[in-house]
Design a binder for this molecule. Structure first.
Ligand code: 26M
Length: 822
């Protein structure tokens, strides 16, 4: 055997302690007495990652040997959250490290708190990508994640007088122990310039791109350790640097300062994550980011991952590129360009291969969220890609005209190129044309994609469209974030559920076991005390752990309808303070919110301000005797989710039906034993089906009812006129009661609701308030509430991202597991 040996380390307290001190002394260059918390954190993290190295190397070796088909998950976002706990779990070092550190007088928890989370995503889409790569590693699926190493992740949200103020997220400030930079493996990516005709060696006239400028992409590798001895897969994020060619010219001209500025220009590409999560702004830099990471990734896969001399005609046997929304769709013309221009293939030959290599996941239904790139911009930045897109479109439309010879209207509707308001490329259409499969992220969403957003395409290619309902990783969102529940569950049914979440159904009979329910409640109560301490320390917020925790955490967006929850709170407050209801009849509740607004989304920011204003009024009103509290911790992120969700009694999933593609927070709450109040939207539909109508607080219009109402003409003011409670709540806000008498501050929010209310909050107000009354009634019966909460956990197994991965593997990727080790 000629395989070189791999270094090993001892999986014991002593072994760990030795390695840790070595890292601290030789890596950080400090001794224990002088070491800062960050020194100790970095040394510990580096020590932990060493324990995963063997499996990482073995995974790579095995992959090189077998050349099994891989998934390349292309995503502009990976919202990873903190890495340490996950690495400790994957390496089975939790107890060893705690004990080893304790022997040295170090508290593991203090070091855990020192980790800055990589927030390289906006919300659901980015977190989904992180859950998926966790599942793929755990399930031993050969795969690689490709994305962008933003120097600044999602902004840090602060509140100044209740208003959102954004701060840059300098997550790399203290160093990142989890990344492995590979500057030697950098690749070059071109931009701009022009396309020229030339005579190739074979005498054929061809076209080629002559970029006007280029940048380097430096790969940074991150371990993606599978749970329980699974593979250690790779996440490869690209960072932009200046090429030498880039500044040499300018250096030679003697303008040193200008040359240095040019470096900055190149590095800007991976500088910052765009914080919009629903309304793309069509910014040039954003397109640069998309092409940058996609071009790097394709080059990396073709030149580095594939063995030398691999016949690219067989590419579909080795790879499937999963397009996480339209953000990486420029990969389609890029692969065509590589095959046609660089490899000299015929167009048809290249297209036949390309269209077998991609699958596309759509994550939205909002028309304004569908990306379109103006032809003018694309032509300037990626002229050859624009030509290729035009040709793909020409051939596609020609094909369509054969099928629909008398329906030119339909052909134009399906064109990849939109003509109005400006000529632009519809990225979702390009993705749909190129992909083997197009999937939505929950049953309802996939159905609406087929029936509405992409109906012409579904009619043309009925088999292309499919559903894969989202999921979440039970490792991070149950095992790690809810150790109390995990221990209780494991005691009852064993620990197989961590990798086979359907086993949670074994809890079902225990819903009727009074002793089990008592212990389940104890866990929930302990989780509430834990978040109570966190909120006090992190935000100076005081909440009462013996109240109902009613939680809504997600990006702030009109369609998600945080205002609905707010109107309920205001209405309750109004009724109590005017004596319409007695304080004793009000269920003590903590109304928690967590939400960031896109910095340019004015109305969303005003809503945040209003929530905070209502919160400070209510929280300080002695008349309520602390029975109602609003808790709005700033800067909701993955780390906060991990302590907040396990403490929730009630999960708020109240988007307007037909607007939330899936939701994934809804699944995390369910698996942590919260009941849901929700609309018939996204994955709520499937949650309700699984948990049963009697264990779900359904309210509101259905999607067809919404469509009909909008069709008839929706007039929000009619609800104001006819619903007294609603009127009083809105009037109270308008009166300045929450703004020190200033009637102007929240006038835009109120008048938006009265005059526009794009997402029908007023239409659903009464139904929502009624559903909340049912919640109060149910919560009053503690034993029965606990029984239902247990059933939520027992019936939540379907929402494991392991199941989502199974569905992608069976229905879309057709890949096979390859465990590490030879
Ligand atoms: C696009 C262009 C420019 C800047 C930003 C964007 C952009 C970034 C993220 C647009 C959308 C983005 O995310 C959309 C998203 O998070 N969608 C959510 O995806 C989840 C996972 O499938 C679903 O559960 C949510 O319902 C869906 O809203």
């Amino acid at each position: 055997d000629t395989t070189p040996p791999i270094a090993t380390r001892e999986h014991t307290v002593d072994g760990f302690t030795r390695e840790f001190l070595r890292e601290l002394n030789f890596g950080q260059g400090v001794d224990l007495t002088r070491a800062s918390v960050n020194d100790k954190y970095l040394a510990m993290a580096r020590t932990v990652r060493h324990y995963l190295m063997t499996r990482w190397i073995e995974t790579l070796r095995r992959q090189a040997e077998l050349q099994a088909k891989s998934v390349a998950y292309l995503s502009a976002e990976f919202l990873l959250g903190r890495q340490l706990d996950n690495a400790l779990l994957a390496s089975d070092l939790q107890d060893i490290v705690r004990e080893g550190l304790a022997n040295l007088g170090i508290d593991l928890d203090e070091l855990r708190e020192a980790e800055v989370e990589p927030g390289l995503g906006n919300g659901g889409l980015g977190r989904l990508a992180a859950c998926f790569i966790d599942s793929l590693a755990t399930m031993n699926v050969p795969s690689i994640g490709y994305g962008i190493r933003y120097e600044y992740g999602i902004f840090q949200q602060t509140f100044v007088d209740g208003r959102q103020v954004e701060k840059p997220d300098d997550w790399l400030r203290l160093g990142s122990p989890w990344e492995f930079p590979h500057p030697e493996a950098a690749v070059t990516v071109g931009f701009g310039g022009h396309v020229e005709q030339y005579q190739a060696d074979d005498g054929v006239v061809r076209r080629r791109w002559v970029p006007g400028w280029s940048v380097l992409g430096v790969p940074y590798n991150y371990m993606v350790p599978g749970y329980a001895k699974g593979r250690v897969n790779t996440l490869r994020l690209w960072s932009a640097r200046a090429t030498h060619a880039f500044d040499l010219q300018i250096f030679n001209s003697g303008d040193y300062a200008e040359a240095v500025r040019a470096q900055t220009f190149a590095e800007n590409i991976s500088k910052v994550l765009y914080p919009e999560d629903s309304t793309p702004q069509g910014k040039e830099l954003r397109l640069q980011q998309q092409y940058f990471f996609v071009a790097c990734s394709i080059k990396d896969f073709v030149d580095q991952v594939l063995p030398e001399g691999y016949d690219l005609h067989r590419l579909p046997e080795r790879i499937v590129f999963q397009l996480n929304d339209t953000h990486p769709v420029i990969a389609v013309p890029e692969l065509m360009r590589v095959l046609v221009d660089e490899k000299g293939w015929e167009w048809d030959e290249a297209w036949a291969v390309t269209k077998q290599c991609f699958a596309y996941t759509c994550h939205t239904l909002l028309p304004e969220a569908l990306e379109v790139w103006p032809v003018e911009l694309l032509g300037r930045l990626l002229p050859r890609h624009l030509e290729i897109i035009y040709r793909i479109n020409d051939e596609f439309l020609a094909e369509l005209r054969e099928t629909y010879p008398n329906d030119e209207l339909r052909v134009r509707r399906m064109s990849i190129i939109a003509e109005y308001p400006v000529r632009a490329v519809r990225m979702a259409y390009l993705a749909t044309v190129a992909a083997t499969k197009v999937n939505g992220v929950a049953e309802l969403h996939s159905q609406l994609l087929r029936d509405k957003v992409l109906d012409d395409f579904a009619g043309y290619w009925p088999d292309k469209f499919t559903n894969v309902t989202n999921g979440v990783t039970p490792r991070r969102f149950v095992k790690l974030s809810n150790p109390g529940l995990s221990d209780l569950v494991t005691e009852a049914i064993g620990d197989g559920w961590v990798t086979d979440l359907d086993q949670l159904s074994g809890l079902e009979p225990l819903a009727d076991d009074a002793e089990f329910r008592r212990r389940f409640r104890e866990v929930k109560q302990a989780n509430k005390r834990r978040i109570t301490d966190v909120l006090a320390a992190r935000d100076g917020i005081e909440v009462h752990p013996d109240t109902m925790f009613d939680v809504m955490v997600k990006r702030l967006h009109e369609y998600k309808r945080q205002t609905l929850k707010l109107l309920h709170i205001v209405s309750l407050y109004e009724k109590v303070t005017t004596g319409k209801i007695r304080l004793e009849d009000v269920t003590p509740r903590t109304f928690a919110f967590g939400a960031k607004a896109a910095p340019g989304y004015v109305l969303a920011k005003q809503i945040i301000h209003l929530i905070n204003a209502v919160g400070s009024t209510i929280n300080s009103d002695p008349a309520l005797e602390g029975r109602l509290t609003v808790a709005f911790p700033a800067n909701y992120n993955v780390t906060l989710a991990e302590t907040l969700i396990p403490a929730a009694d009630l999960s708020e999933q109240i988007s307007l039906a037909g607007k939330e593609a899936s939701g994934t927070g809804n699944m995390k709450f369910m698996l942590n034993g919260a009941l849901t109040i929700g609309t018939d939207d996204g994955a709520n539909v499937e949650i309700r089906r699984l948990v049963g109508d009697e264990n779900f607080f359904l309210f509101g219009l259905t999607e067809p009812q919404v469509a009909e109402l909008v069709d008839r003409g929706y007039h929000p003011s009619a609800y104001y006129e006819t619903n007294e409670d609603l009127r009083h709540a809105l009037d109270l806000i308008a009166s300045g009661a929450f703004s020190g008498g200033d009637r102007a501050v929240f006038e835009p929010v109120v008048s938006n609701l009265l005059n526009e209310d794009r997402f029908l909050a007023l239409a659903d107000f009464q139904a929502y308030v009624d559903a909340q009354a049912r919640v109060d009634e149910a919560y009053a019966d503690t034993e029965d509430w606990t029984r239902r909460a247990v059933l939520n956990v027992a019936r939540g197994g379907f929402f494991s991202s392991d199941r989502s991965m199974r569905d992608y593997i069976d229905g879309i990727w057709h890949t096979h597991p390859v465990p590490p080790g030879s």
